[in-house]
Design a protein around this ligand. Structure first.
Ligand code: AMP
Length: 399
């Protein structure tokens, strides 16, 4: 797959529309608590400034109900961009109303206009052609640098691309990096290729599991989803999270792994508690001895050791989903131990998914990973083997 990239098209002195992902976490006073997503957009923005472009930035933020909602305004993002870029950011009052289109029209080289939250307009999530056409009318060139929403067929990601030919639409530096990493890891991994899959439910990752099994050498399952597999193997799992209707699928996946010679690992011990509560009494039990009234909320130390050993010869590791309820300290040990094991391996390590990215930041292993994806849903869609609507329009060749 070859992407059209910003560095390969002529953008000199042009008006550029950049779709970013500024959906950053904020506290109750609208203070940005983590500006990583804004910082990771700066490469593309600075490249455009250096090329004498005038720049229109667009992003969604939260889930407003198709109208102005102060809580979902991008004004705090404008402030942070101003601090980071040390230049004025013109903040639009809306998305595509006359006054904003006028500011966009007279934008000078090096100037930046940040549109208000694109989701204030219901045309955004409906992938509305008319809304997309208004957005497109502001610029000569369209750049998508918002990996986190590229799996959504939304107007500023999908419909807008129809208004620009291949010399006038491209991926920004961040999007190109994300896509290259995932494409490479899924299609040309250095073996042994080990995938760690965790998180709450099998249903959320079923498609990803089916797509991964034929590609990996080993698969390690943890988190809440492990209990559907353990139950499928006949274990008592007490009150642990389970999807009874997916037990036949779980058996099919285990069988598929066996047929393909893929080593399939499940936890051998769990930290069980009497309730889903950080104050609950917890104890360590083997996977064979989970009491009826208890629930497994983390993998135990023997599983963490087993998984770490299975990772030892890995040359590629793809990790999506925590091993337990890592948000509660009591049930974070399994995920923490695995994070350290992944971080200390010599493999190419790719972490995808919002929770797993958050986890490796908490464990302090962030800098030891080869790549951490900024988009949870989008990275899962890529692992599932799906085409991303926002990326499809930017592909030159599909090999
Ligand atoms: P997902 O969004 O499917 O990747 O799931 C992430 C969530 O799974 C996290 O919020 C964890 O707290 C949760 N989780 C992990 N292990 C368990 C478990 N054993 N029981 C219940 N929830 C879990």
């Amino acid at each position: 797959m070859k992407l059209q990239e910003i560095k390969n098209i002529d953008i000199f002195a042009k008006k550029i529309f950049i779709r970013c992902d500024f959906n950053v976490p904020m506290d109750e006073y609208n203070n940005i608590t983590d500006d990583r997503r804004i910082k990771s957009a700066l490469n593309t923005i600075r490249y455009c400034i250096d090329n004498d472009c005038s720049i229109i930035l667009a992003s969604h933020f939260g889930r407003p109900k198709d109208k102005y909602d102060e809580k979902c305004s991008l004004k705090p993002v404008a402030k942070r961009l101003h601090t980071l870029l040390k230049q004025e950011i013109k903040m639009a009052k809306n998305v595509v109303q006359e006054d904003t289109l006028k500011v966009a029209k007279y934008l000078q080289a090096g100037e930046i206009l940040l549109l208000e939250n694109v989701r204030y307009n219901k045309g955004e999530t409906l992938n509305d052609k008319e809304f997309a056409s208004k957005l497109a009318s502001m610029a000569d060139v369209y750049i998508n640098d918002a990996f986190g929403v590229s799996h959504r067929a939304h107007a500023s990601v999908d419909a807008i691309t129809k208004h620009f030919d291949m010399q006038h639409r491209a991926a920004g530096f961040l999007l190109a990096k994300e896509i290259k990493f995932f494409h490479h890891i899924v299609h040309k991994p250095k073996r042994p290729f080990v995938s760690i899959v965790g998180g709450s439910k099998v249903s959320g990752k079923l498609q990803a599991l089916y797509n991964l099994i034929p590609k990996v050498d080993k698969i390690l399952i943890g988190g809440g989803m492990a209990f559907t597999f353990l139950k499928a193997l006949g274990h008592e799992i007490g009150k642990s999270l389970v999807e009874e209707d997916l037990i036949p699928e779980a058996i099919k996946i285990i069988q598929e792994a066996k047929n393909l010679g893929v080593k399939f690992y499940l936890p051998v011990d769990v930290v069980a508690a009497t309730s889903f509560d950080s104050e609950a009494i917890a104890k360590l039990v083997t996977a064979q001895e989970i009491p009826k009234d208890w629930m497994g909320l983390d993998i135990g130390p023997a599983s963490a050791l087993l998984f770490a050993q299975a990772l030892e010869d890995a040359n590629t590791i793809l990790w999506n989903g925590p091993m337990g309820v890592y948000e509660m300290d009591k049930f974070a040990k399994g995920s923490t131990k695995l994070s350290h094991a992944v971080a200390s391996s010599y493999a190419t390590t790719v972490v995808g998914g919002g929770d797993t990215a958050d986890l490796v930041r908490r464990t302090g292993d962030e800098d030891e990973m080869t790549f951490i994806s900024t988009g949870g849903g989008a990275s899962l869609a890529l692992i599932e083997g799906k085409d991303l609507p926002g990326v499809k329009a930017l592909v030159i060749e599909d090999k």
